[in-house]
Design a protein around this ligand. Structure first.
Ligand code: ATP
Ligand code: LTN
Length: 336
């Protein structure tokens, strides 16, 4: 038990390796927040199956995603780091919340509108439609006050707030109404080959994505080949020099140095030296993380034990919230 504010966030197990964007945009910030918050981080496999998944791959990606959280510095004894499907209360609360969510309200979620427009109505599952309600259940089960997410998830946290308030006014005070903590826009990382698009695991080509689990030599090549421009000056200008600006943001985020001090260091040197410096910064940061991840992959028993213990901790809180909810909505208590 702690008096720190409760925090909740999650990430889908949608790739074998996390990338530099996930690392700077989410994990580094989560790592910092875990010392000032009572933090819960989940690998949201129930969310992942809202689009088709290969079962064996899903299992493997779930393990690997959890291992990379730990490798990157999420401490599973300080934070509660678990797999969503290990705690059945998520699906159970989501059902109850589905019944107080308006059809029109859910239809207005822009992420759903975009994805379903791309796939067509027949290929879109009811699960995808209910995705934001499941996310609300994640957050509300733990009485989370803060929810660190990227800007694309802001609308889902707004829905979560509306559902919490609606439930509270209909059935009596039950849920804490959470607040989104929008992660720094300055922490948005772009594709090294196409610095106008965000680095994304679903990019067409992998050559502009730096994976956390890439071998150092591969990382070096990707950075040395990153797209830049022809004026040869290492300076930040997001519009005019998107390639160099992106590399400066990465350098700054990983070294903890200001962009100005990096610009000064590389004044008059050209892009080659700057990129070599960046390779060193990225490889120094990622090599130990990669090694810890590989050690965890090599000992799945140990990883599974950590996840089970954390799921127990999560379940205790989730079960107690769910029992309160079941009681409030009028479900008959099962006698022992
Ligand atoms: P997809 O390619 O399927 O959109 P993704 O690679 O963008 O996936 P998500 O699973 O959507 O990754 O995001 C996981 C977390 O990483 C989120 O908190 C998100 O804000 C963050 N994130 C993802 N890509 C970037 C990026 N390029 N820069 C900064 N943060 C990012
Ligand atoms: N939808 C989020 C992942 C997510 C999440 C959550 C984030 C699922 N449940 C609860 C914060 C809180 C995403 O795609 N990034």
């Amino acid at each position: 038990m702690t008096n720190l504010p409760r925090l909740y966030s999650g990430m889908q197990p949608s790739a074998d390796s996390l990338h530099l964007g996930n690392y700077i945009g989410a994990l580094l910030q989560w790592k910092e927040l875990q010392s000032t918050h009572d933090a819960f981080f989940s690998v949201v496999d129930l969310h992942a199956i809202t689009v088709a998944q290969d079962p064996a791959e899903l299992r493997e990606k779930t393990r690997r995603t959890a291992a990379q959280y730990i490798a990157a510095g999420i401490d599973p004894s300080a934070s509660t780091l678990y797999v969503q499907s290990h705690v059945p209360a998520h699906a159970q609360l989501a059902w109850v919340l589905n019944t107080i969510t308006g059809f029109g309200e859910a239809s207005r979620m822009t992420q759903f509108k975009d994805k379903s427009a791309r796939q067509g109505a027949e290929a879109t599952s009811v699960g995808l439609f209910a995705y934001p309600v499941l996310m609300a259940a994640d957050i509300l089960l733990y009485d989370a006050e803060v929810v660190p997410v990227g800007d694309d998830q802001r609308q889902h946290v707004e829905l979560t707030r509306d559902l919490a308030e609606r439930f509270n006014s209909r059935y009596g005070d039950t849920f804490v109404v959470p607040q989104a903590m929008i992660l720094k826009e300055s922490a948005r990382i772009y594709d090294l080959q196409n610095p106008e698009s965000k680095m994304s695991k679903s990019a067409e080509s992998g050559s502009g994505i730096v994976w956390l689990l890439d071998e150092p030599e591969v990382t070096r090549k990707k950075i040395m080949r990153a797209v830049t421009d022809t004026d040869g000056v290492v300076s930040f200008d997001r519009q005019g020099k998107p390639g160099i600006s992106n590399l400066l943001v990465i350098y700054s985020a990983l070294s903890g140095r200001s962009i100005e001090s990096i610009e000064l260091e590389y004044e008059g040197t050209g892009y080659g030296d700057f990129k070599k410096g960046l390779v060193e910064v990225v490889v120094d940061e990622f090599a130990p993380v990669r090694q810890r991840a590989l050690d965890l992959f090599a000992d799945p028993g140990e990883l599974d034990r950590i996840l089970a213990a954390n799921a127990d901790r999560a379940s205790e809180i989730a079960e107690s919230t769910l029992a309160k909810v079941y009681d409030r909505v009028g479900f008959l208590r099962r006698s022992r």
